[in-house]
Ligand binder design. Structure first.
Ligand code: AMP
Length: 380
């Protein structure tokens, strides 16, 4: 029996373990928190990702290692890869951990990006603002996620405040200034690449964020076929360049009919949760198939799907379970402000049939604002 080790024990590891059960795969999860929610479905090693004793134990009990969390120290991933197979490879992980390295790679591969510049002092921030223009966003290069570690600079008078907010972190995590993109849509490509280099993408997804956190996803994105094909082509070029194995997401902005790449997430992704019920093979199953060197599953969709994220606390499940295409995911976490505690997916045969269930769920849960942009996109 094969054991997959997962570094990080959050909801992504939990959904991976659920997807792996029918394949006969065992799991071992490593996390620094003993109450990590994947631990409800898989044995755990509790330890710091830098602790070699904990990593040694983890490595001795698994056949292959992967991640539910991209901020596992790249040195630890490299250390592990000297002992067991690690997918995605530590180089790909290291690039995706650093916004500057990933944007530089996108540029080298001909994938358009917003203007950006490295920042390491107030003077270099001022120079970057002069070059890139305003509005712009100052971000930490490493360890940022869900809009954390970001400061929006609207006018020159915000520059000192931005440096005061993030400057102290510059020596540890680095900073990057990015031009603010007045996008029409946010899109993501969730895709998988196998050990032998086979590449498959799910239909492109449109995403809506609130306060930097994903709120809703719609797949397939209602965009021109040419845009969707270009997004997938960018993802394929990136995956080949990194010799990537497993599932990843490429987040993109659509502005004036053109795509700009925002970031690469080197793992299964929140914008791909709809694939569990909405596609032939889920992102979680295909990630496992890829890292285990098994044939990849079909990424074809069945109809249309909308995912709603539950952040902070779970609403009442029955409003979703009462819908014919409604599916519920409770991550088994205690409620906390800003924490992703679950999601729902609503599936329908076509766009015309998705609006009404979404409207009903929005009303019953008092989440009209959350579903409104999706309903509008569906033409309702
Ligand atoms: P990130 O952590 O880079 O994915 O950023 C979180 C969210 O902030 C994105 O999904 C966007 O909604 C927004 N955002 C990030 N970077 C930019 C940008 N350069 N221009 C406009 N919005 C951005």
């Amino acid at each position: 029996m094969t054991t997959v080790g997962i570094l990080g024990g959050g909801q992504l590891a939990r959904m991976m373990a659920l997807a792996g059960a029918p394949l006969g795969v065992r799991f071992l999860v490593m996390d620094s928190a003993a109450d990590a929610c994947a631990g409800q479905f898989a044995p755990m090693v509790v330890g710091d990702y830098r602790d070699h004793a904990a990593l040694t134990e983890f490595a001795s009990r698994v056949d292959v290692a992967t991640f539910d969390f991209e901020n596992v120290p790249a040195e630890s991933a490299r250390w592990l890869s000297g002992r067991i197979d690690v997918y995605p490879n530590p180089h790909a992980l290291a690039i995706a951990q650093d916004r500057l390295a990933e944007k530089t790679l996108f540029g080298e591969l001909g994938i358009p990006v917003p203007p950006f510049a490295a920042v390491d002092s107030l003077q270099s921030l001022e120079a970057a603002v002069a070059r890139i223009g305003l509005p712009a966003i100052l971000k930490t290069r490493r360890l940022g996620y869900d809009g954390k570690g970001q400061f929006r600079i609207r006018s020159r008078s915000d520059v000192a405040g931005a440096w005061a907010a993030l400057g102290a972190q510059a020596p540890r995590v680095g900073l990057i200034l990015e031009g603010f993109v007045h996008f029409e849509r946010e899109l993501s490509v969730v895709a998988v690449r196998s050990r032998s280099g086979e590449f498959r993408a799910w239909p492109v997804t449109e995403n809506w964020h609130v306060d930097g956190v994903l709120s809703a996803s719609l797949a397939p994105a209602q965009v021109d076929e040419a845009i969707a094909q270009q997004a997938v082509a960018h993802a394929e070029r990136l995956a080949s360049a990194l010799d990537y194995v497993g599932v990843f997401a490429l987040e993109l902005f659509l502005r004036d009919g053109s795509l700009l790449a925002n970031e690469l997430a080197p793992r299964v992704h929140n914008s791909g949760h709809w694939t569990i019920e909405g596609s032939e093979t889920s992102q979680f199953e295909n990630h496992l198939r890829a890292v285990l060197g098994r044939p990849l599953g079909d990424t074809r969709m069945r109809g249309i799907a909308c995912m709603l994220n539950w952040v902070g606390e779970l609403p009442e499940a029955d409003a979703v379970l009462g819908e014919p295409g409604g599916h519920w995911h409770d991550y088994g976490k205690s409620p906390r402000d800003g924490r992703k505690v679950g999601h729902a997916t609503l599936c329908a045969d076509d766009a015309a049939l998705l609006g009404n269930p979404l409207r009903r769920v929005g009303q019953r849960l008092g989440r009209e604002e959350q579903v409104a942009p999706v309903i509008e996109r569906l033409g309702g």
